[in-house]
Ligand binder design. Structure first.
Ligand code: SF4
Length: 449
């Protein structure tokens, strides 16, 4: 349970020495309670007080890492129920399940397809996290061979290993990538599963029986057995059931500080939706509503693209637009005579405009003005994209020295700036371009040539 400012104050030395940077111990306590200060700023906190404070400062949803190295996935440690309250910080890992009843060659090829899938959006490379191997053969050697084949296909990408007993998991662990997520601990096997997870330092999935009570009880037993990194499977497989339980878990952890359910959630949307479209709908709900690990049953690039884009959108801080650096960009093999367009440094705007210019086949200069990462209309309405800003960018990025003409193409949405811009840039001709990026190719073909 998080402590109040006064409760924290009682644990501090109360000498008001100011070494923490605050005028009094009480002021420091209030900042600690508001999570605006670090306990380490006070050098005089006793060990006992430290333990009490650190416990209360532990995240309400534990941060769990799956895998190691550059592709490791970290999930949990969320602090809000709704994205508009602050932001969601750790995007769910998205895995694709492969079962060990397929030939190893097929598993390797499919794993390679999943792990090498990558798509660029707003300048970011989006990809799936890895594969989940499930032992349906009930044979430890077959499962180990399948895990080895998947490793050949995926390299060091994180893995999820699912089996009904620790005996089936153990041999496979020698072939898996580092620190896989193990599962599934149930009422029937939790002791052996917890012992294996503890021994190998791996996170562990625990499954309830479709209700929160059994889930919390199972998580409590596994924690008591020495496993700290737990992932919760509520055990329901309907769209409404997962929504209800995921929401209840998030609220219990954040609003009621129920540490026994303060862990990331795993979801299996392929068991909710029985075809690709229904699975994608269930996965989309899981992304929006609180899953930390999502195990798909189907890999389809079109569905993967949609889900990765949704994940990017949900886990982007709404208060910090994704930006590109302001500057003068060359799209294609530009010449001094090539057209000059101007836009803002909101990533989505930049990539929409630059890809349409590229599609036009006509090389062009793209001047990106600093509009604090806002889109054209929003920036204009906020006074961040006006004639003075554009004129400043023209000078700042040495546009005069790079182009032979004196024409600049404004986004159609800010046509009203053309008069002011001509005042700011004497001798320049201001052309009004299309409103939508998609119309840029035809505009360039008809107007510029
Ligand atoms: S450094 Fe510690 S003892 Fe000194 S004022 Fe800050 S909280 Fe109080």
């Amino acid at each position: 349970m998080a402590l109040s400012g006064l409760a924290i104050y009682k644990l501090l030395p109360k000498t008001n020495c100011k070494e923490c940077g605050f005028p009094t111990c009480l002021a420091f306590a209030m900042k600690l309670a508001a999570k605006q200060a670090e306990l380490s700023a006070c050098p005089y906190v006793s060990e006992e007080a430290k333990r009490a404070l650190e416990e209360s400062a532990a995240p309400p949803i534990r941060l769990v890492r799956i895998g190691e190295g550059e592709r490791a996935v970290e999930v949990g440690n969320e602090t809000v129920v709704f994205r508009h309250e602050k932001t969601f910080v750790h995007p769910p890992g998205i895995f694709v399940r492969l079962r060990d009843d397929r030939p190893p060659g097929e598993i390797e090829a499919e794993a390679a397809r999943v792990c090498s899938y990558s798509v660029e959006r707003v300048g970011l490379q989006l990809r799936l996290s890895g594969v989940a191997l499930e032992c349906v053969s009930q044979d430890a050697d077959t499962f180990a061979a399948a895990v080895e084949a998947a490793r050949r296909g995926c390299g060091e990408a994180p893995m999820v290993l699912l089996a009904s007993s620790a005996g089936l998991l153990q041999p496979a662990l020698g072939h898996a990538s580092a620190r896989p997520l193990l599962g599934v601990a149930t009422a029937a096997n939790w002791e052996e599963m917890a012992a294996l997870a503890k021994e190998r330092g791996c996170p562990l999935v625990v499954r309830g029986e479709g209700d929160l009570g059994s889930l919390a009880e199972m998580a409590g037993k596994v924690k008591a057995a020495g496993v700290e990194d737990i992932v919760l499977d509520p055990g329901v497989r309907t769209l409404s059931g997962t929504l209800a339980l995921h929401t209840a878990l998030r609220r219990l952890a954040l609003r009621h500080n129920r540490r026994e359910v303060g862990y990331p959630i795993i979801a299996f949307p392929g068991e909710v939706g029985k075809d690709l479209y229904c699975e994608a709908i269930a996965a989309a709900q899981d992304i929006a509503k609180y899953a930390g690990v999502i195990v798909l049953d189907r890999f389809d690039p079109a569905a993967a693209y949609v889900l990765l884009t949704l994940r990017l959108n949900i886990y982007t801080d709404p208060q910090k637009p994704i930006q590109v650096s302001p500057g003068l960009y060359e799209i294609g093999a530009v010449k001094p005579e090539s057209p000059l367009l101007v836009t803002t440094n909101f990533s989505l705007t930049f990539f929409s405009v630059s890809s349409e210019v590229e599609a036009s086949g006509m090389p062009a200069w793209l001047l990106v003005a600093d509009a604090e990462g806002l889109s054209v209309l929003t920036a204009w309405a906020a006074g961040k994209f006006d004639a003075a800003t554009i004129a400043k960018a023209v000078k700042q990025f040495g546009v005069d020295g790079k182009i032979a003409h004196r024409k600049i193409i404004l986004p159609g949405f800010v046509a009203s700036l053309s008069g002011e811009l001509e005042d700011e840039l004497p001798g320049w001709e201001v052309l009004v371009g299309p409103r939508e990026a998609v119309d840029i190719p035809s505009f360039l073909k008809t107007t510029w040539s």
